[in-house]
Design a binder for this molecule. Sequence first.
Ligand code: HEC
Length: 254
Amino acid sequence: MSFLRSRFVQAVLVLVLAFVILRFGIRPPAPWSVLTLYMAIIFMAVLIFVSSDRDSWRDFISPIWSTLVRPERRVLRTVLVIVLPLLMGYYAYTQAAARPQAPPELRAVHPAPPASIQLKGKEFNISGAENPLRKDAARLKEHAAKGGEIYIRNCVYCHGDNLDGKGHFAPGFNPPPANFQDPGTIAMLQEAYLFWRIAKGGPGLPKESTPWNSVMPAWEDRLSEEQIWQVIIYLYEATGQQPRRWEAGEHGGH
Ligand code: HEC
């Protein structure tokens, strides 16, 4: 084991051992940045150790020196001169090369609605708005029936005849048409929210929900205000869901 007495071998051993311990011996594993920091400190400590006196330094330097100048080390030297730059180059490449990455798709499924929207030139307050058709309980059935007609004419081919988002066109769309039977859609939304979504559709979604290639059409020019409220009543009647109510304090004044 005479080679163990060589300062160079000792230095390399200490570095390799320290690396193995820090990399694999610690739980939880240290982050890479901490590891490089520790390794730099250990490397400096090793340099101080091998250069603590002249003999030790000469001992440390001699294998490096002989590899660089001795004729009989020529083969090793040539190999190192080729392999080391290649390794460095490979390392630099792995650091700089762009990695293939799936684009992040963080769309807000139910973005906050604007407080008010422009509807046919007039201001419509969403915050706190109730379905006006619910005031007249006697005509609710009639409104639901009208809403059903509107739904069959305009919505069924995307949202499906079971209101489950499985209309004929649905397989072609991403995001898929909303499934109103799912408790995660209209059951947790206020009617005013639906009003906004039906009136303004995919184009009316706020910036924060991009990338959002929703095909949900804007119906403001095709359906009257009353028709939109009617189709909303139909959606809740047909699915048996209850709209979420405005909680006290959620809006001003109502
Ligand atoms: C061309 C296909 C298409 C048609 C037609 C369509 N929708 Fe949509 N709708 C969608 C898609 C896709 C979504 C999901 C993406 C989104 O929220 O914009 C959606 C979402 C919705 C939402 C939002 C639900 C939620 O949970 O946020 C409502 C409400 C809605 N549609 C109602 C209607 C009504 C009412 C009609 C008919 C007047 C209609 N849609 C017609 C495609 C359509």
